[in-house]
Design a binder for this molecule. Structure first.
Ligand code: KIV
Ligand code: ZN
Length: 515
């Protein structure tokens, strides 16, 4: 009989713990909406006790996203469980995910607890969660470095206290696929009760996907994953890779299936990359730019004769058809909005106007406009409309081999214009200095990455910038066919985040690792 493997997405929780990622509520909602469209079963929306921002994001997702189960993470402190439920209470379907470390190393150096105390904490926290919802998940953190006897004992207590999902985290990415599969089989055999087994694998040795699949082979029916393999350190198992492995190798996995609409994978990946500021590795499986490119003549010849000679995945099945949009500089607003709605965006009013203006500007500079170009423009305008901040009204940069670069900018916020002129080491530096003068926001540039949305000399340049200001670290993104302008937009986008964070005066996040 066909059996489903549930996809538990933790991009907004474990993924957001990746260094330098800081998503605000609106960005998290946008990602959650796309995850629902993608068809994941569970969205781990955050760790409500970590900060007010986390709490509000989990609450907003619980209230607005329908379809997937909305999950909140909680330590075993009873107050954490209560807080987690407060955030989740309005969800159509909610799950509390309780975790505690179980390995000797974590017990000795972090929790300062005995095995007995861990068992007591587990029982109390799972029972408390069960008072709120029937759907309770339990994770013994660092399970793969935990003595198996103790692991089985904690897991059994968790089930006896009401846990319905037992998640087995390879927290430090230490497991080998065959060992991890064996561990899942052992849990399945030794722990009695009515529960499903889940995997949660980190990628420190590049084995997160392999370990997850091995877990599925051994009986796990939920896999915890992140879009683009985001997550602590080297990341978590990548959602798109796990899903496509299960789909492509039906011969290996038999009647197992997921409910993921795989044609949405590419778009989900791009959205997450854009909002987190984490670029996608060129040769990343499934969603990387090169995943469907064939360089050598022999390969090209083979693929032209029959795609299956060198491709095991059909590009359109993961949303990678690179469709050319038949829109040009003479296209009207109606055709533009019609195309967007076919792509799944229903925008109107001021947002449609500003996106249309950007489209026209682009059409003047770029011959071929792809779906990815339009998507990038809409995402940028959407971000600006949700949180207007400073707008880049004017940018002029001069310079050359024998002339010091100078930039003049005009930015506006709430109708007030600020103008500044500055020079810099290069044109991009001059533009950023001028924005710094105009906005009065002092920040240090800690990262800069430029890539192009599509190929070609007239491609849209996509710039991601990381800024740090005091203890705030933010990223910003900007698009333009001109790389200096894209950089200025990215810089201003990051400045707007700093301004927003300051106005919210967010409390610092608590560490996720404690009991
Ligand atoms: O990696 C891990 O152990 C975790 C747990 C909180 C599930 O992320
Ligand atoms: Zn993790």
């Amino acid at each position: 009989m066909a059996e489903k493997v549930a996809i538990f997405d933790t991009t907004l929780r474990d993924g957001e713990q990746s260094p330098g990622i800081s998503l605000d509520v609106n960005e998290k909602l946008e990602i959650a909406e796309q995850l629902a469209r993608l068809g994941v079963d569970c969205i781990e929306a955050g760790f409500p006790v970590a900060s007010i921002g986390d709490f509000e994001a989990v609450q907003a997702i619980a209230r607005n996203i329908h379809g997937p189960v909305i999950v909140g993470l909680s330590r075993t402190h009873l107050a954490d469980v209560d807080r987690c439920w407060q955030a989740l209470a309005d969800a159509d379907r909610a799950r509390i995910h309780v975790f505690i470390s179980t390995s000797p190393s974590h017990l000795e150096h972090m929790l300062k607890m005995t095995f007995e105390q861990v068992i007591e904490e587990t029982k109390a926290a799972v029972s408390r969660a069960k008072e709120y919802t029937q759907d309770v998940e339990f994770s013994p953190q660092d399970a793969t470095r935990t003595p198996v006897d103790f692991l089985l004992e904690v897991l059994q207590k968790a089930v006896d206290s009401g846990a319905t999902t037992l998640n087995i985290p390879d927290t430090v990415g230490y497991g080998m696929p065959w060992e991890f599969g064996e561990l899942i089989a052992t849990v399945r055999r030794e722990v009695s009760g009515n529960y499903q087994i889940s995997t949660h694998c980190h990628d420190d040795l590049g084995l997160a996907v392999a370990n997850s699949l091995s877990g599925v082979k051994a009986g796990a029916r939920q896999v915890e994953v992140c879009v683009n393999g985001l997550g602590e350190r080297a990341g978590n198992a990548s959602l798109e890779e796990v899903v496509m492995a299960l789909k492509t190798r039906v011969d290996e996995f038999g009647d197992l299936y997921t409910d993921v609409a795989t044609e949405e994978l590419a778009r989900t990946s791009r959205l997450v990359s854009r909002l987190t500021g984490y670029p996608i590795q060129y040769n990343k499986a499934v969603v990387g730019r090169n995943a469907f490119l064939h360089e050598s003549g022999i390969h090209q010849h083979g693929v032209l004769a029959d795609r299956a000679t060198y491709e095991i995945i059909d590009a359109p099945s993961v949303g990678r058809e690179g469709r050319q949009i038949v829109l040009g500089k003479h296209s009207g607003r109606h055709a533009f909005s019609d195309t967007l709605s076919k792509m799944g965006y229903s925008i109107s009013g001021d947002l449609l106007n500003s996106a249309f203006t950007r489209f026209k500007e682009l059409a003047d500079r770029k011959v071929e406009i792809t779906e990815a170009d339009l998507e990038a423009i809409v995402a940028e305008e959407l971000g600006a409309s949700i949180d207007p901040g400073y707008n880049l009204d004017y940018l002029e940069v001069t310079g050359g081999t024998d002339k010091a670069p100078t930039a003049r900018v005009i930015v506006s916020r709430d109708g007030v214009k600020q103008e500044a002129t500055a020079s810099g080491d290069g044109m991009i530096d001059a533009a950023c200095q001028a924005i710094r003068e105009a906005t009065g926001v002092d920040a240090t540039l800690t990262g800069f990455n430029v890539s192009s949305v599509t190929g070609g000399i007239d491609a849209l340049g996509d710039v991601v910038i990381q800024l740090s200001s005091g203890d705030q670290k933010v990223s910003g993104r900007g698009l333009s066919t001109d790389v200096v302008e894209a950089s200025a937009r990215a810089y201003l986008n990051a400045v707007n985040r700093i301004v927003r964070l300051r106005s919210r005066q967010e409390e610092p996040r608590q560490p996720v690792t404690g009991p």
